[in-house]
Design a protein around this ligand. Structure first.
Ligand SMILES: C[S@@+](CC[C@H](N)C(=O)[O-])C[C@H]1O[C@@H](n2cnc3c(N)ncnc32)[C@H](O)[C@@H]1O
Length: 401
C-alpha cells in the first residue's frame, strides 16, 4: 500500500539483474536510469521504442522479443512492469511477489511493492523525494530542492569539509548575476571568504551570510590598489586557515584575468584549487549588443586582444572579428595602428560600455570615425571594442531603408 509501512531504501543495483516488462516510454525511461546505475538489464516486450532499440543495438540491454511469460523474472532482483495492459502488469506483479522480488508497477502505485523516488544528483549530494504515489508532486519538489541547491539558495556552509582549505577561482561573468554559473553560485554559498574584483558581479554579495569575509581587491583602470602577489597571499593565507575561499573574478578567470597566476600560486602553496569557467565579456558583451563574434558568410574567426598591445600582427581582414578588451581610452591610437597595418579604414567598429548591465551603451562607427564618436559620447571603461563586418548585425548599426 502507498501510505504506511514504507521503508525508504537505496539499492546497490550495479551488476544485478533487473527485468523491465514493456517497451514504451515508461519502460524506456526506467531502463535508461537503471543502465546509468549499472544494472544488468533484460527487457521483455514484442516491440520497443527507438531509444530502447539503440540501447539494445549497442548491446547494453538484452531483449526478449515477445510477450511476457511466467518464468521471465528468474534471477531478477527487481522488476519494472509498464506494458500498459493491466492483466499482464498484474501477472508480472504476482510472479514477482511469489519469488520475493520487488516490483515497480508503472501507473499503479497501489499494487506495487516498490516506488522510485524523484531523484536529482548535484555534485556529491543525492536528493530523493518520495511523493507517496504522487509522482508529479515528488518531481516538482525535487526540482525545487535541486534548483535551490544548484543556485546556492540553500545554506550549504559548513557542510563541505575541506579541513586543509580550498580555493575556487570562479568566473563571475560580465556583470549580470544571472550570468554566473550554477557551480559558481553553489561555491559562493559554501564560501567562508570571498575575494572579489571590481568587474565581478557585486550584486551576489548581498546573498552571502553576514559572517562571510568579503575582501574587495578591485583594481581601477590605471590604479592598482592591491598588487597581484598580495592577492595571491590573501588566497593562500585564508585557505591555510582551513577556509573555503572563493576568488570571484569578472568574466572568465583565464581571459585577461590572471587566473592562471593565482592557480599556480595556490598549487605551489599546496592548496587544492578548482577553476570554474565564466562567461567572458569578450563574447558575451558583443552578444548583448547583438553582435555574434562569428557569423556564417560574414566572419569566420575572431581574436581577443587587449587594446594595449601591438596590433600589427593580427589578421587585417574585415571577415576576422577583433575583440579588444581594455584600452577604450586609447581608441584613436588603436584605430590608427590597425589602419596603418592594413585594416580597411571603413571597417565597422562598435564600443559596448558596461555590457550585460542596465547601463549598457553601444556606440558604432568605422575605424575612421570611432575615436571621434567615442569622444562625443565620452565612452568609459569597462568597454569592449569590436572591429569587423559582424558589427553591421547590431541593431545599433544604421540600417539601410
Ligand atoms: C582585466 S579584463 C578582464 C576580462 C574578464 N576576465 C573577462 O573574461 O571578461 C577587463 C576588461 O574586460 C572588459 N569587460 C569586462 N566586463 C565588461 C562589461 N560588463 N562591459 C564591457 N566590458 C567589460 C573590459 O574591456 C574591461 O576593461
Amino acid at each position: 500500500m502507498v501510505s504506511g509501512g514504507n521503508f525508504p531504501l537505496t539499492l546497490r543495483i550495479a551488476g544485478r539483474k533487473v527485468v523491465v516488462v514493456g517497451g514504451g516510454h515508461v519502460a524506456t525511461r526506467r531502463t535508461l536510469s537503471l543502465l546509468d546505475a549499472g544494472a544488468d538489464l533484460v527487457v521483455v516486450s514484442p516491440d520497443v521504442s527507438a531509444s530502447l532499440a539503440s540501447s539494445i543495438g549497442r548491446g547494453d540491454v538484452e531483449w526478449i522479443q515477445r510477450v511476457y511469460r511466467t518464468g521471465d523474472l528468474e534471477g531478477a532482483w527487481l522488476v519494472q512492469t509498464a506494458t500498459g495492459d493491466p492483466d499482464v502488469d498484474g501477472q508480472v506483479a504476482d510472479d514477482a511477489a511469489a519469488q520475493s522480488t520487488w516490483c515497480l508497477k508503472g501507473g499503479d502505485p497501489d499494487h506495487a511493492t516498490a516506488w522510485v523516488p524523484a531523484v536529482a544528483r548535484i555534485d556529491d549530494v543525492t536528493v530523493a523525494i518520495s511523493g507517496g504515489g504522487d509522482a508529479g508532486r515528488a518531481s516538482s519538489l525535487r526540482d525545487g530542492v535541486a534548483a535551490a541547491l544548484q543556485s546556492g539558495d540553500l545554506p550549504l556552509r559548513h557542510r563541505t569539509h575541506h579541513p586543509e582549505g580550498f580555493v575556487a577561482l570562479v568566473g563571475g561573468g560580465p556583470g549580470d548575476p544571472g550570468l554566473l554559473t550554477t557551480r559558481g553560485r553553489r561555491l559562493l554559498a559554501e564560501a567562508d571568504v570571498v575575494v572579489i574584483d571590481r568587474l565581478a558581479p557585486h550584486g551576489v554579495l548581498s546573498e552571502l551570510a553576514p559572517d562571510v569575509e568579503v575582501i574587495d581587491v578591485g583594481k581601477m583602470p590605471d590604479h592598482h590598489p592591491i598588487p597581484q602577489h598580495e592577492i595571491n597571499e590573501i588566497l593562500i593565507d585564508r585557505a591555510k586557515q582551513g577556509k573555503i575561499v572563493v576568488r570571484l573574478k569578472g568574466g572568465d578567470p583565464y581571459v585577461f584575468g590572471r587566473g592562471g597566476e593565482e592557480l599556480i600560486a595556490c598549487r605551489e602553496a599546496g592548496i587544492p584549487v578548482e577553476v570554474v569557467p565564466g562567461v567572458t565579456s569578450a563574447i558575451a558583451v558583443a552578444a548583448a549588443a547583438g553582435i555574434p563574434v562569428t557569423h556564417r558568410g560574414i566572419a569566420r574567426g575572431f581574436s581577443v586582444v587587449t587594446g594595449h598591445v601591438e596590433l600589427s600582427d593580427l589578421p587585417h581582414d574585415r571577415a576576422h572579428t577583433l575583440v579588444l578588451l581594455m584600452g577604450v581610452r586609447r581608441l584613436r591610437e588603436v584605430a590608427l595602428q590597425l589602419v596603418d597595418s592594413g585594416h580597411d579604414r571603413l571597417t565597422p567598429v562598435a564600443i559596448v560600455e558596461s555590457g550585460c548591465t542596465p547601463d549598457q551603451r553601444v556606440t558604432v562607427g568605422t575605424l575612421d570615425t570611432i575615436a571621434d564618436r567615442a569622444g562625443e559620447v565620452d565612452a568609459q571603461p569597462p568597454a569592449v571594442t569590436i572591429v569587423g563586418d559582424v558589427v553591421t548585425l547590431s541593431p545599433a548599426w544604421p540600417q539601410a531603408d
